[in-house]
Every structure is written in C-alpha cells, then in structure tokens.
Design a protein around this ligand. Structure first.
Ligand SMILES: Cc1ncc(COP(=O)(O)O)c(C=O)c1O
Length: 371
C-alpha cells in the first residue's frame, strides 16, 4: 500500500479537498486575498471594509468584468452581472423574466439541479420537459436524438455539468430557442461557445471563488425581451442598468472572482484549463477502467464529466472502507451525493494534478487488495 502523503503544496498544512463545492481555490488567489483582507491597493483599508461605491471597489469590479470578458471571449453584445441568491435564485428569475404569457419554455432534465430549475419554472408558466433523464438514473446527457423541442419556445434551459452524477454535455444542445445554461459546476473549465447562448449563469463556489455570488452572462438583445413586471431585485434589467450595484453587492466574492479570472489568464486561459482538466480526469477514469470491473462508473462514457468523477466500489461497505483509507492519505470530500451514493471526486480547475495522481494510485492499490 502506498503511504505517500499528498498535500497540495510542499510543507503545507492543507489536505486534498475533493469537495463538490465550495471547493479548492488557487493558492496564489488565497495568498493575495490574505494580504488584501488587511490592506488593498495600499489604501489602508481591507477589501471587506471598502465601500461598494468607492474608487477601490470601482477598480475591482471593472477589472473583474474586463477579465471575465477576456477569459471567455465575451463580446460587448453581452452584459456581465454579479448577483446574489446562488444559482438557485436564477432558477426562479429566469422564468420570471423570460417565460412570458402564452409561451412555453423547454427544460432538459438531467438530474437534481436541472429538475429544480424546471420545477421553479412550472410555478411561473408553461414548461415542456425536452428530455427526461430520470428513466436511466441520470447516467447521461442527451444526444441530439433524445431531445424534443417546442416550436417558438421562450428558451431552452440545460445544465452543462451535472455535479451529482458526474455527467457533462460534450457540446451545447442544438435548438432554435434562446439557449440558457446552468454552468455552475464547469464554468471556465474549458472554452465556451458563448455566442451559442442567450444566457449563461454559474454559482461561484466551484470554479470561480467563494459562495455568495452568481456570475450571469446575458445577451443584450435577449435582456431586452425580459418582462419588467417583477420586483426590482429579481429584475435582470434593473441589475444591468445599475452595473450589478443595485444594492450592496457581495463585494468580497466579486473581488475573489476577479483574482480567479486573472489566475486563469496567467495559466494560459481556457484552452489550458481544458487540457489540464482532461488530463486530471483521465487519471481517474483510467483507474476505474483498469480495475477489472471493481469500480463501476456512474456516467456513460460519452458524457463523463471532467469536473466530478463518480464511481462505486462493489458494495457500500467497501465504499466506506475506501473513504476511511482516503482519510489516512489526507484526502477529504470523496463521499458521493446522497442521491447517488458511492464515491465522487470533484476536481475543479484549481484542484492539483498531483492530487488526482495520488487518488488514482490509491484506487489501484485498493482494488488490488480488495478485488
Ligand atoms: C449544477 C448546479 N446548479 C445549481 C446548483 C445550486 O447552486 P447554489 O447553491 O449556488 O444555489 C448547484 C450546487 O451544487 C449545482 O451543482
């Protein structure tokens, strides 16, 4: 049995955090935030204490928007917003703003989060379930032949990466309707076809920063079609008109997101993220595939996630034994979601490749001993 410890940085007192979110952030971002918490930009005031209307925060939010555009190649046709209420509030805001009377919205149900989004829309208006993944235990995202679309739908909503099951769309679905994506668990993990979408949103706490902020990227002509009847805090148009500062925004979360955007750019951008993430995921999928059937993957091969790698050992007792061994290797957060069971390794952008290698090694050793 390999006993090598595998902390993310040499001499670090931190362990390998495979949590599905909130999750591992880049070390350089955390170090910068430590400094700026005390005194940012030589202002004598820490980032937590600055007014959201002052010059320092103007700089922070303006750079965050600009860097976000650069990271994903987002044109001026799109507005970038930093909102609160998590991705879950978007589930309600989207139909409130865009599911207008007489229209139907299409939803692909690829699991818990996609279904929650659909259920919120059902409270507001007419919804068509364009794909029902429940029949196959949410083990895949649909290919082109499995989806049925409503003519002239208000929009088509899908979830690019299903955190709980470890399934991921290899490419955006095809539809004539405005496409809306929940990218909470894979945003900026690979290049994005922004122009294929009317709107993209993501809770920050996996690939972008701390919980408490949701990134929303919305096409301006689509925004123009929003209903203005809703209360102000749920009105995208009002948020856009006020540059995400309709009220006091989550200043610290926006600040950290800005640092994460700079980190992505420093690393080489989304193409680098894609290559790294594919390599990291491949280490774990290889361990699964080479285990002679000891590990059973949850997701179909075609749509395996590069962010959440889900698998089971032959039984629950072995799942538990694996978790206990992982603990002795300074690995945490590997328990599968309660709806799926088994094991789940969440390996977002900032999770180190060495951590994936260490887990793959443990998986192979464990299978050899228990198989
Ligand atoms: C894909 C996806 N969408 C939405 C959510 C809900 O996010 P929040 O907790 O920010 O509302 C999650 C949370 O894990 C998620 O994984």
């Amino acid at each position: 049995m390999t006993t090598t410890k595998s902390a993310p940085t040499t001499g670090s007192d931190r362990i390998l955090n495979f949590s599905a979110g909130p999750s591992t952030l880049p070390e350089s971002v955390l170090r910068q935030a430590q400094q700026d918490l005390w005194n940012i930009d030589g202002s004598g005031i820490g980032i937590l204490e600055h007014s959201h209307r002052g010059k320092v925060f103007d700089r922070v939010i303006d750079e965050a928007v600009a860097d976000c555009r650069t990271v994903a190649g987002i044109s001026d046709d799109y507005t970038i917003l930093f909102l609160q209420g998590g991705a879950s509030l978007q589930f309600g805001m989207i139909p409130l703003n865009f599911l207008t009377a007489g229209r139907t919205a299409d939803y692909a149900d690829t699991g818990v989060w996609a279904k929650k989004a659909m259920k919120e829309a059902q409270k507001i208006g007419s919804v068509h379930c364009a794909f029902d993944g429940s029949a196959s235990g949410y083990d895949h995202t649909p290919d082109g032949t499995e989806t049925t679309c409503t003519p002239d739908a208000a929009y088509f909503h899908y979830c690019t990466n299903n955190t709980i099951y470890g399934t991921q769309y290899p490419a955006p679905p095809t539809t004539d309707a405005p496409l809306i994506a929940d990218m909470s668990s894979d945003i900026f993990s690979r290049p994005i076809d922004v122009d294929a979408h009317a709107m993209i949103y993501a809770g920050a706490q996996k690939n972008l920063g701390p919980a408490g902020c949701t990134l929303v990227i919305i096409r301006k002509d689509f925004l123009q079609t929003a209903s203005r009847d809703t209360i102000t805090m749920l009105d995208y148009f009002a948020h856009a008109a006020n540059g995400s500062r309709l009220n006091t925004p989550p200043t610290f979360a926006i600040y950290v997101m800005g640092l994460v955007f700079k980190w992505i750019l420093d690393q080489g951008g989304l193409a680098t993220m894609r290559t790294r993430n594919a390599e990291k995921a491949a280490l774990l999928y290889t361990a699964i595939d080479n285990s002679g059937g000891f590990y059973r993957p949850v997701s179909k091969t075609r749509c395996r996630s590069h962010m959440n790698v889900t698998f089971r050992t032959p039984n629950e007792a072995l799942d538990e034994a694996f978790l206990q061994e992982a603990k002795t290797h300074e690995m945490s957060g590997l328990k599968g979601h309660r709806d799926v069971g088994g094991l789940r390794a969440s390996i977002y952008n900032a999770f180190p490749r060495a951590g994936c290698a260490a887990l793959a090694q443990l998986m192979s050793d464990f299978a050899a001993r228990k198989g």
